[in-house]
Design a protein. Structure first.
Length: 450
């Protein structure tokens, strides 16, 4: 078996923008003969800019579409084709995966979607007078850490402050940091204060690459551990303290209480009492964690994986195409906040509908300026375009990323999704679309017309 991927991205005349569309190609499937080549085209238009999932998202549209076309030509189930080409190691880097559960994603996705009921004949499936199209695709995204630092304060009023110079762009970073501090200190979430988005804070990671969560876990845990170490020192050094004659090594901290290890947590003393007795307003701890992104000689290939199953409805009388149902399964290690995580994937799916069916920039041939540079003319998916979306997460913690085994999920939900839609479009209409977005005029050539 062999695979060749050639891609070209455009850039402005004076720019040097590169989109790594072959990012996931070398490890996604087992292929002994692989060649990935790229080129850049200088044009008199503005350079593109990274959106959600630069590189792998457009790249996987190409390779996942090719897998679906190959399955059709082989008259093979596209899920089966992917199972048969599952790699045992990252064949691009020749190293093992830290954690890869793509096959489990496919198994759960086929079950939840009802894939076994699929009739592979074009236009053969119908419901309520509409023609159904079913399609699927796999997805992958890099998992790594940026360098990160954090600070944790234990205060004598019973609150905890956790701070890092990262930011929350709607991805749930505030909640994640509060969860991490609460888990490490035992202080309830409602008593955790989170400080972000200020250059005076310890340096945190950028909101990019879906790496914030994975990056801050070890930094926050290290900061909390140092704060607890300071607290135990205070507990043993303060005159009149119940632990005055103890050594810090004899003590433990759990559930917001300090206790002698040999006695158990039932005899613990609230940390607030100890700080007040010592007349100390707070103890603080700082923590840092090294990054792993861009390592020259990694021991493991660290990525997240998943799959999408999509149903579209095709109404040939008026050439109306709609996405009617989506099931997505993601293998991203341990999910720290399932509610926010599910929202992340749902948002990516809605963006994927826009990528596949709506979004396109038209340029003025005279001056290279975008013609539809406003929200009235640039078509984006909205609430009316969003179908029922079912999101499932596997639970396989990846301890190579951090001690909780959590990987980021911001961008993987968009990867591969457009290929699942175009596969469903072909199943419904018989039209093979290779250029996005799918246009009505593409489908007017369909043989499935009344």
């Amino acid at each position: 078996m062999s695979l060749q991927q050639d891609y070209v991205n455009h850039q402005a005349i004076l720019d040097n923008y590169h989109e790594d569309c072959g990012e996931a190609t070398a490890f996604h499937y087992s292929v002994p003969n692989l060649r990935v080549k790229f080129g850049r085209a200088r044009r008199n238009v503005g350079s593109p800019s990274p959106m959600r999932g630069p590189g792998a998202v457009p790249g996987l549209y190409a390779t996942e579409s090719a897998m679906n076309e190959l399955a059709d030509q082989l008259k093979m189930d596209p899920v089966r084709l992917r199972v048969l080409n599952e790699p045992k190691i990252d064949e691009g880097l020749r190293i093992p995966f830290s954690s890869r559960h793509f096959l489990e994603c496919l198994e759960l996705g086929t079950e939840k979607f009802g894939w076994s009921k699929r009739n592979s004949d074009v236009g053969s499936m119908k419901r309520d007078g509409l023609i159904l199209g079913w399609g699927m695709a796999g997805c992958a995204w890099v998992a790594a850490r940026f360098p990160a630092a954090a600070n944790v304060e234990l205060r004598n009023d019973g609150t905890v402050r956790v701070a890092s110079g990262t930011q929350d762009i709607g991805t749930g970073t505030y909640t994640i940091l509060a969860q991490l501090a609460s888990q490490k200190t035992g202080v309830p979430l409602e008593k955790i204060e989170v400080a972000l988005g200020d250059t005076s804070l310890p340096e945190g990671p950028i909101s990019g690459g879906s790496m914030v969560t994975g990056s801050v876990v070890p930094a926050v845990f290290a900061a909390a551990a140092n704060a607890i170490e300071s607290l135990l020192t205070v507990a043993t050094k303060t005159p009149g303290s119940p632990f005055e004659k103890r050594k810090p090594v004899d003590l433990a901290f759990e559930g917001g209480r300090v206790f002698v290890k040999a006695d158990g947590s039932g005899a613990g003393v609230p940390f607030t009492d100890l700080l007040r007795r010592a007349n100390v307003r707070l103890v603080t701890g700082s923590g840092q964690a090294e990054g792993t992104f861009g390592e020259k000689k990694p021991k493991f290939s660290t990525h997240s994986f998943g799959c999408h199953f999509v149903e579209v409805t095709w109404q040939p009388e008026i050439a109306r195409l709609r996405v009617s149902r989506v099931v997505t399964v993601i293998d991203a290690g341990r999910i720290l906040n399932p509610l926010a995580g599910r929202n992340q994937i749902e948002g990516a799916v809605v963006m994927g509908i826009g990528m596949a069916l709506l979004e396109h920039t038209s340029y003025d041939p005279q001056n290279g300026a975008p013609i539809n540079s406003n929200l009235a003319d640039y078509m984006m998916s909205v609430n009316a375009d969003a179908p029922p979306i079912e999101v499932h997460f596997l639970d396989f913690p990846d301890k190579e990323i951090n001690e909780l085994g959590a990987r980021g999920i911001g961008e993987i939900g968009l990867a591969g999704f457009a290929a699942a839609i175009t596969a469903a479009v072909h199943h419904a209409t018989g039209v093979r679309v290779r250029e996005l977005p799918v246009k009505i005029e593409d489908l007017l050539t369909s043989s499935i017309l009344n």
